[in-house]
Design a protein around this ligand. Sequence first.
Ligand code: AVJ
Length: 311
Amino acid sequence: MRDEVIAGLTKEGQKELPSKYFYDAVGSHLYEAITQLPEYGLTRAEERILRTHAREIVVRLPAGAMVAELGSGSGRKTRWLLEALSRRRPTAYYPIEISPRALAMCEREVGGMDSINVVGVEREYLDGLREVAARRRAGQHLLVLFLGSTLGNFERPMALRFLKDVRQILAPGDALLLGTDLLKPLPTMLLAYDDPLGVTAAFNLNLLARINRELSANFDISQFEHEARFNAETSSIEMHLRSRCAQTVTVAGVEVSFAAGETIWTESSHKYAPGEIEEMALASGFGCEAQWTDDEWAFADTLLIALGENS
Ligand code: AVJ
């Protein structure tokens, strides 16, 4: 974390911080609060999809597959799928998370379920997935869950790279259930990332507070403000932290200077056009088996099947 933070803050031009560091104890709880906000429809939309279509999804999955989830979060949405799966047979579930807090929340949420064996994997996504794939029995299929539009945090070329990397770890016939937030009217998207209660602002600013706590930095949190904007070129909502004045901060012994009004880019959440997901899937070695969308909030869960070498 130290090296990535220093590299991002000392970069020429636009300063940046990796969004994966939002989720310490405070950040994980703030994100949970965001998912309850009326302005942030994403999580509820996906929960409605998984709740309403759980059985339909499960019958399309390879039988007896073990389940790996990339970035499980609290695991609340996943319950609906796991319930439908475990009604057919006992299922092994491997949540993969770098945040021990999120992993603990997830193990608590899912741990009590009958016929589900939860084994948390505290690793980066691809490392964790390789580890889980190595544990499968001969011929056993894998279902990878990548929900909540976490893919949207990658720049488009990185998202494609990531899907290709996942495909490489999978065998033909393995499945990937991919959750993606879709493009919607600008005011709706902006409010979702700049809510009137300031929960998202707190979530964003907590990144600086975390860096203070863990890298003995001295950010004055009151001298930064939350900003959400839409980047039409990349079709993504960007979150930034704007320096309210000219100031110098020390981070792990390194001095970082800010001009008044300068920003740190902390996250992009890409919003997809409906046809785009199938396109990305095909370009990364998956076939599009089915797609479910929500009526209230434009969001899609797409079931992708890893194609064989010749298909
Ligand atoms: C957890 C990555 C899906 O991008 O919408 C929520 C994180 N950031 N509000 C998103 C987030 C600001 C969220 N994801």
